[in-house]
Structures are given as structure tokens and as C-alpha cells.
Design a protein around this ligand. Structure first.
Ligand SMILES: O=c1ccn([C@@H]2O[C@H](COP(=O)(O)OP(=O)(O)O[C@H]3O[C@H](CO)[C@@H](O)[C@H](O)[C@H]3O)[C@@H](O)[C@H]2O)c(=O)[nH]1
Length: 482
């Protein structure tokens, strides 16, 4: 296991078990880093499949007291999991528990605490069976947790099941889900106003698993959220002030201590941009390119690490952004052929980037995002407004939060109703105005994004909500208290 120092120097042995997906592994690792900075005598064993170890095993920013341990590749490969998402979820639910237990038996140092992703609900049973406290880590918004938690209320109020016209259809071979508001009828516009702490929300903005074929996987979401209550702690990657009323309402209802500890990123000095803009030899080309762009002029485009929009829609987006005349940095996963004529000096296309570093770069003035919760929090942390283009799951709800509750973004699709693709001309117009620094609505939105950034900075500063919560959680696990 390679523990640093002697066993006696280790105050606590924590086993961290992320759900195998980028949007889950990243926040789990960052949480471990945040705890480890505060309490270097905690040893973390970070458990991933062998495949995931290949992806992240060379993490150079990881302190010595976080060590990897692997379980075999008992689930479908990350590289093809979007082809059969329900099948992937089933494998995660049924195939990982046994190797995880075998690993627990193999470890030399007994495990004092397990931090497991909420979607790995079997980890709660393992912990309870072995008398090891479990902290369940929820990597989506508190709002989405609460919507699952209050599922019965939706049923009682006739809001589940609802037939929103035209179900989302999944092609047999490749799941390419564009959340097509167009396919949802007027019922989708109805607002649900009785979930404690959640502002009135349209049905169409509920997680996609509440509608159509998305419902196939809803039982898993409901089970995981329900079983989280059997853990000893619930950790949320949200920031208290960003969803205060929802979190207060959940705290009243849940039988276990709940801590918001976000954003789950390695904190940097918010005023220090030197690592972003200074020149040195390991600066990637895209950062060099950003360094040469005007302040707030670049649109950063990233549609997530997993599912994608349909290729016809993507084509419209590529041409639309290009025609907008706005400069862009685009994370493209395999769709580079769409940039047929290259980008000239208008843009950069990269297969992957250090997203947080990009978002914090002064040249970046907007973020076209699929609204994954990590990306959403990173944009808030960086004070960057968003063009919300959700694809599936919780992203639809995040998009509503960004646009309606925080008012720091615009929807790419504003209305339910049309089945048509968003056209290149609509996109070009939208992007042009979204990035127009002289536009009064944009000025207001950028101001709000900066205010929310301040809120976020206050939460992680000494005595702020996330800072205090992290300390309380560490105290709790150190003293064996919930
Ligand atoms: O070029 C890139 C692209 C992404 N990222 C990082 O990858 C993570 C992506 O996470 P997220 O934005 O949450 O997207 P997904 O990977 O799609 O996240 C999954 O997990 C999230 C948390 O549960 C959910 O909110 C999403 O809906 C679900 O798709 C973020 O930390 C990004 O900074 C990079 O560093 N570089």
C-alpha cells in the first residue's frame, strides 16, 4: 500500500471509493486532497478499477498520504459505457461489491472510515456489516438529491408518472440523448412548488430520469438516495450559500449529519493568476493562446466527458459558434472532423484541457456547458457566466438553477415546444450577444457571476461554511462521532 511514514504516525485510515466516472472521481479525489491538507496524518486509500488507475494513476498533484489501490476491471470499460448506460449502472451495482470486500480483507491497515459515492449504495451495507462508519458523497446538486428524496410527494401530487408527449427515444446502439424540450408537451411547463426549499420548477427541468425512457434508471437513483440515510455522514459537493434553503430543508428531514464541502476543487489563491498567465516551459499551447486574447473575449466550450449531443446538432453548434465571430476554446471528444476548415485564429480545439485553469483565465468570458455539476461549480468558482446546454440526468435541473435561480446564464434552448434542432443561425446570434461585453444584460450577468464567485470564496475562506463543515467532518471521523 505504500503508506507514508510508520503506521503509528497515521491517525486514521480512510478508504475512498468513487463511482467510476470523471464527474465523480474528480470530486472524490479533490475532497481527499482538501482533507489531507488539513490533516496530513490521515492515510487515504483511493480505490479505482485498474482501467481508472491507468487514467489517473500518474496524478502528480496528489500528496503522499493518498495511495491508490485497485480492483479488477469488473465493469464495462469507461471508453464505451455510453453505449449501454443502464447496463453500466447494473454492473456498477452488482459487480463491484465483492472485489471491494476482498480488497478490504487484503489491506494491512484496518480501515476506520469509508467515503463512498452515494451511487455505490452497497458500500453502506459493507460498512454497516463491518462496523466501519460510512460517509456518502453526493456529487450532484442538493436540489437534485432533494427531488429524488421527495419522490413520493411528486406521486401524491400527480406529477409522477406524467406523460410528457413524445418520449425520449434511445437509439439501439449509441445512446445520443439531446434533451429535446421539443418532445415534451405543455405538461412540461407545469411548475412544482411543494418540494421543501426548492423554488418552483418546471417538470421539464426535472432530471431526465423522471421522463420517458430515462425512467429505466430512476429506481437506481431513488434507491441510492434512500440508502444514503443509512450511512453515518452525508457529504455534498455543493456550497451551502448556493442552495441554502434546499439544504436547510434536507437537514431537517435527514437522520444523519449533512455537510456541504464544495466546491470540490483544490483551492488556489483567488487573487493569484500567476500560474495561469505567466510564461514558463510547461504552459500548454491553449493557455499560451488564451494569453494572447482580450480579457473576457473567449467562449470556452465543453460538453462533458460522457454523453454527447446528436451529430447533426453538434454540426449546427460548431458552425454557429464559428459564424458568431466569437473566439473560442473547444474541448472536442472525437468530433474534430466537424471543424472541417480548421478554426484559423478564431479558436483552438483540444481533446482535453485543465478546465479549472481555463475557466480562471482572464481571457475567458463565457462557458458553453452541458451543466455537469462539477463544471457548474467550477464556473461559479471562476466567476464565469454559462450558456446552458444540458444533455441528460441532473444537467437539466442544474441548467434551471444557473439560469433562473442564480441568473448567471442563458439557456441555449429557451422554450419547450419545438422539435427542431437549434440552428446555426440561432446559435451564432445567441453566442454573439452572450459574449457582447457592451450588452447591458451581459454586464448584469457578469456582475452576478462575480458576486457568486465572492460567495464561493467566502465559503472556503477561514470560518466560511465549507471550511467549517470540513473541519466538523474531520473532527467527527477522528472522534468516531456522527
Ligand atoms: O477538458 C476537460 C473536460 C472536463 N474536465 C473536468 O472533468 C469534470 C467533469 O465533470 P462534470 O462537469 O460534472 O461532467 P460529467 O463528467 O459529465 O459528470 C457526471 O457527473 C456529474 C456529477 O455527478 C453530473 O452532474 C453529470 O451530470 C454527469 O454527467 C470537471 O471536473 C472538469 O473540470 C477537465 O478537467 N478537462
Amino acid at each position: 500500500m505504500g503508506a507514508p511514514g510508520t503506521e503509528s504516525a497515521i491517525a486514521l485510515h480512510v478508504l475512498a471509493m468513487p463511482y467510476p466516472g470523471r464527474g465523480h472521481v474528480n470530486p472524490m479525489m479533490n475532497l481527499c486532497k482538501l482533507i489531507s491538507v488539513r490533516k496530513p496524518d490521515i492515510l487515504f486509500t483511493f480505490v479505482v478499477t485498474e482501467e481508472w488507475h491507468g487514467f489517473i494513476g500518474s496524478d502528480t498533484g496528489k500528496p503522499g498520504n493518498i495511495c491508490f489501490a485497485t480492483i479488477p476491471n469488473c465493469i464495462p470499460s469507461e471508453l464505451g459505457r455510453a453505449k449501454d448506460f443502464p447496463g453500466f449502472l447494473k454492473a456498477v451495482a452488482t459487480k463491484m461489491e465483492a472485489p471491494f470486500e476482498q480488497l478490504l480483507d487484503r489491506l494491512e491497515l484496518p480501515v476506520d472510515v469509508i467515503i463512498a459515492d452515494t451511487y455505490l449504495d452497497w458500500a453502506v451495507f459493507v460498512g454497516n456489516r463491518r462496523n466501519i462508519p460510512v460517509a456518502s458523497l453526493w456529487t450532484m446538486s442538493a436540489t437534485v438529491f432533494s427531488l429524488f428524496h421527495h419522490f413520493e410527494l411528486l406521486k401524491q401530487n400527480g406529477h409522477f408518472p406524467v406523460e410528457l408527449s413524445g418520449q425520449l427515444k434511445l437509439p439501439k446502439l449509441i445512446i445520443v440523448i439531446m434533451v429535446s424540450y421539443a418532445e415534451l408537451n405543455k405538461r412540461g411547463e407545469e411548475r412544482v412548488d411543494y418540494i421543501p426549499g426548492i423554488p418552483p420548477t418546471r417538470l421539464v427541468d426535472f432530471p431526465t430520469v423522471f421522463h420517458g425512457t430515462g425512467r429505466q434508471t430512476l429506481p437506481r437513483d431513488l434507491d441510492s438516495v434512500s440508502l444514503a440515510s443509512k450511512a453515518q455522514y452525508l457529504l455534498l459537493t455543493s456550497v451551502y450559500e448556493l442552495e441554502a434553503q434546499v439544504i436547510d430543508a434536507l437537514k431537517v428531514k435527514l437522520p444523519l449529519p449533512l455537510y456541504t464541502v464544495g466546491p470540490p476543487i483544490p483551492y488556489l489563491d483567488p487573487k493569484d493568476n500567476s500560474s495561469v498567465i505567466s510564461s514558463n516551459h510547461d504552459i500548454p499551447d491553449y493557455i499560451e493562446w488564451l494569453n494572447s486574447q482580450r480579457k473576457g473575449s473567449v467562449l470556452y466550450v465543453s460538453m462533458g466527458s460522457f454523453l454527447s449531443v446528436s451529430s447533426s446538432q453538434l454540426n449546427e453548434i460548431v458552425v454557429g459558434v464559428h459564424n458568431s465571430g466569437v473566439r473560442f476554446l473547444w474541448v472536442s471528444r472525437g468530433e474534430t472532423t466537424l471543424f472541417k476548415d480548421g478554426c484559423g485564429d478564431m479558436g483552438q480545439v483540444v481533446p482535453w484541457c485543465d478546465q479549472l485553469r481555463v475557466l480562471r483565465h482572464p481571457a475567458v468570458g463565457g462557458f458553453w456547458t452541458h451543466c455537469g455539476w462539477n463544471s457548474t461549480l467550477e464556473a461559479v468558482y471562476a466567476g464565469v457566466p454559462m450558456l446552458a446546454s444540458p444533455i441528460f440526468l441532473d444537467q437539466t435541473t442544474d441548467s434551471k438553477i444557473i439560469v433562473e435561480d442564480w441568473e448567471i446564464g442563458w439557456r441555449v434552448k429557451r422554450e419547450a415546444g419545438s422539435e427542431k434542432l437549434v440552428t446555426r443561425d440561432e446559435i451564432a446570434k445567441l453566442v454573439k450577444s452572450f459574449m457582447d461585453a457592451e450588452n447591458s444584460a451581459v454586464k448584469e450577468m457578469r456582475k452576478k457571476a462575480k458576486e457568486l464567485q465572492e460567495t464561493c470564496n467566502a465559503a472556503i475562506a477561514k470560518g466560511g461554511s465549507s471550511d467549517t463543515n470540513l473541519d466538523s467532518f474531520i473532527r467527527g471521523i477522528s472522534q468516531g462521532q456522527a
